[in-house]
Each structure stands twice: as C-alpha cells, then as structure tokens.
Ligand binder design. Structure first.
Ligand code: PMV
Length: 361
C-alpha cells in the first residue's frame, strides 16, 4: 500500500535554473459526498465524483533558481493581474507540501491563474485551482528527477492537491474518481484519488451536468468550517457508515447502468449533506428558496415525462442537474422553459463528464 513516506524523495539529481509549465485542471462534482475530515485532510468517509470538462482552472507556473534563505518566494497573478488576497492560500499550501517538495524554497515562482467559469459564480475554484497547481509542481519535480513514473506523477499530484483542498485530489484524473479507503475499491486511499476501477456502463458515459447558478455570492460557510461541524455531530458515525454503503451501491449502479438507482443515491446524498448542516451546532441552511423550487420542478418533470434527470448540490445553493447525453435536448429545453427563472440573472453553465488535468505546454 502506498504511504505518505512514498511521497518524500531526496534524489533530485538534475540541476535546473528555471522553467515554466502550464496545466489546466477541471472541477468535479461529488455523487457520494465528502463531509468531515481528520487531521491533514484525511477524509472521514470515502467519496466518488464525476470529473467535469468545461469548468476548469488554467495555471501557468514559471520558476527561477534563487538562494535558499528558508522562505518561499512567489508572485501570484489572477488573469494576469497581481492578486494579493490569493497569496495566503498559496503560502499555506506550500507550507503543507514542503516536506514532500523540499525544492520549493530553492526557486522563485510566478503563478498566473484563471478560471473558465465566472469568478463570482459561486462555483468553488479550490478543487480545480489546487489540482492545476499540483500538476505544475509535479512537472517541475519531474524535471528535477526524470526517473519518476507517470503513475507516481499522478498519484503524488493528487496527494499534493488533497493537502491544498480535499476534493481537489479528485480533479487530477477522470472520468469517475474515488477518494478514501473503501473495501470494494482496490487501491483506494485516504491519501489521493484513484480512477474508478471498473468499466463504466455506457448509460453513464458523457453524463451531463448543467449547473444552475442560484446564488452567486460568497459561500456562507467555508468548507473548513463545514467539515469541522462534523466533530461531535450527533449523526456523524451514522453518516460516515452510510457513505461507505452508498459507495458500494453506486459502484454497482455505475457498472450495471441502473440510472433509476443512480438518481436515488445521488439525490439522497445531496439532501443528506444539507441535512448534516441543518442538524449541526451551529446550524446552517445553505439552500435558497429557489433551490427548493428547482428541486420540485425537477421532480415534477421527471414524474410527468419519465426523463431520467436528477439533481445534486454542493455546500451551497446552486443546483447541478445531472442527466444522460441521450436526453440532452429535452432537458435543456426544460431548463430553459422552467428553471432559468430561478437562476441569478438567468445564468447557468453546461458541463459534462471530462478526463482530468491537461498539460498545455
Ligand atoms: O474539498 P472541500 O474541503 O472544499 O470540501 C468539499 C465538500 C463538498 O463539495 C460539499 C463535497 C465533496 O465531496 O466535494
């Protein structure tokens, strides 16, 4: 089994003066949710997600040799402009991964990042952002130690991304990724995401995710605060074991192509995530009235037309509408006719299952 020690290496043999890389990494949407963590971003339960295709972060990283004075040195640009408010997050990320990337203090970095989705869309960029940065760092590591394998490269990138933002570890690969130890997923790990090992039934290939932007404001509860709410939560243990059970069930569903069962698990997971927030102390309601309106409309449309469309939510008010590619036309028409009115400024983003991070050099 791969352990944390496997990601500590000292054989950086090649001397490098500088370089630059560019990677894109997508966002992901969890089907079985990660909510609650232990120290060092170890998840309290396993999770599984669809990697997305269109919502992504593109990050350029340039680096030049500097004297190692015991400090990190970097400039952070967002869409080409200096962005001081993002720097503490990167500083913290570098501190967290330093034991595994001891070369970070030997270089000055210029990190230039941009998202394909609107900045104030309420779509978290931490998963795609941390994954894109981790890929760049691994490209640099490969320059210093060309012997590393592709498998090690990807696993360590996911491991580093996890230390930046838990769910980011599921954004390195596609199209379906499991993070967290689970008895039925060989090689699954709390340390990094692994590709779903079985063949996915064709019903789930090219699955669509249309993201309805209900509330584009800042998150009411940061995910750090959110995960902490699971400490001492009265239903925590039940929830963690339910996630293991739901992952077994969804594994079977993805293999067999059972869309009906998929809908039940995915919607129940979304509502359970929100139920955990509503029953914690302090308690939160992250849905908005329009979130509920949309959910009810989806249920009505599904029962009237038998179209296999369902919803999921992350820790906010936006709704992810999930459906197979072969009903795309009907569902988009339904969204336009009946759901857009509940979105802020009528905004929504069309996405679908994707393949993971891409090297743009
Ligand atoms: O990766 P974080 O710490 O932002 O947490 C993400 C939590 C959820 O999006 C609510 C669920 C998940 O598994 O992605």
């Amino acid at each position: 089994m791969v352990s944390e020690k496997d990601f500590i290496q000292n054989n950086y043999t090649i001397s490098v003066e500088g370089g630059n890389f560019e990677w894109s990494a997508p966002s992901n949407i969890a089907l079985v949710k990660y909510w609650g963590k232990k120290d060092n971003q170890i998840p309290a339960n396993p999770s599984i997600s669809f990697t997305l295709n269109n919502c992504k972060t593109i990050t350029k990283m340039a680096f030049t040799k500097k004297e190692n004075n015991g400090h990190f040195s970097f400039d952070l640009l967002f869409e080409g402009q200096p962005k001081e408010d993002f720097k503490p997050k990167i500083q913290k990320f570098f501190e967290r991964i330093f034991d595994y990337c001891p070369y970070l203090k030997d270089f000055h970095f210029t990190i230039d990042t941009q998202n394909t989705f609107p900045h104030s869309s309420g779509i978290a960029s931490s998963a795609s952002g941390m994954a894109a940065l981790a890929m760049n760092i691994m490209s640099m590591e490969k320059l210093l130690n060309p012997t590393i394998s592709e498998d090690y490269f990807n696993k360590k990138a996911s491991f580093l991304a996890r230390l930046g933002s838990g769910s980011a570890c599921r954004s390195v690969k596609g199209s379906v990724v499991v993070w967290g130890n689970h008895t039925e997923i060989p090689e699954s790990s709390d340390l990094f995401g692994v590709e779903f090992p079985s063949t996915i039934h064709e019903n789930f290939r090219n699955y669509q995710d249309t993201i309805l932007l209900v509330d584009k404001g800042e998150k009411q509860v940061s995910s750090t605060v959110g995960h902490d709410l699971m400490f001492g939560h009265p239903f925590a243990e039940q929830r963690f074991s339910q996630a293991h059970h739901n992952l077994s069930a969804i594994k079977n569903v993805l293999e067999r192509g059972d869309v009906e069962q998929f809908i039940k698990i995915v919607e129940s997971e979304a509502l359970t995530l929100h139920a955990m927030m509503m029953t914690s102390m302090p308690y939160f309601i992250l849905m908005k009235p329009n979130t509920l309106e949309i959910i009810n409309k989806i249920w009505k449309f599904r029962s009237e037309t038998q179209t296999p469309v369902c919803f999921t939510l992350d820790a906010g008010a936006n709704v992810h509408v999930l459906y197979p590619e072969n009903v795309k036309e009907q569902v988009l028409q339904f969204i336009k006719n009946e759901l857009i009115g509940y979105c802020q400024n009528g905004q929504y983003i069309c996405d679908e299952i994707g393949k993971g991070a891409v090297n743009r050099n």
